[in-house]
Write a protein that binds this ligand. Structure first.
Ligand code: FES
Length: 76
């Protein structure tokens, strides 16, 4: 990120998922024949860690622009 764009955020991002874990991590292995993985970055998906579109409501509520991370083994 360019300096000046990134701002420190002190608010808790993860409000309700896996709260008993010290750190939430997810590991995936992607093969060329697999469909792209669409991963949630807003922490509000009911299918977490997969995106279910909940970021749209988050963005509307918070005037934000968060979207999923899309991971694929090839350029599909
Ligand atoms: Fe969280 Fe889509 S639901 S990024």
């Amino acid at each position: 990120f360019a300096e000046g764009i990134r701002k420190k955020v002190d608010a808790r991002v993860n409000k309700h998922l896996y709260k008993s874990e010290d750190v939430v991590t997810n590991r995936f292995t992607v093969f060329p024949s697999d469909p792209p993985l669409v991963l949630c970055r807003c922490w509000e998906s009911k299918k977490f860690p997969l995106c279910d579109g909940a970021h749209r409501a988050h963005n509307e509520r918070n005037k934000d622009n968060i979207g999923p991370a899309i991971i694929s083994a090839s350029n599909k």
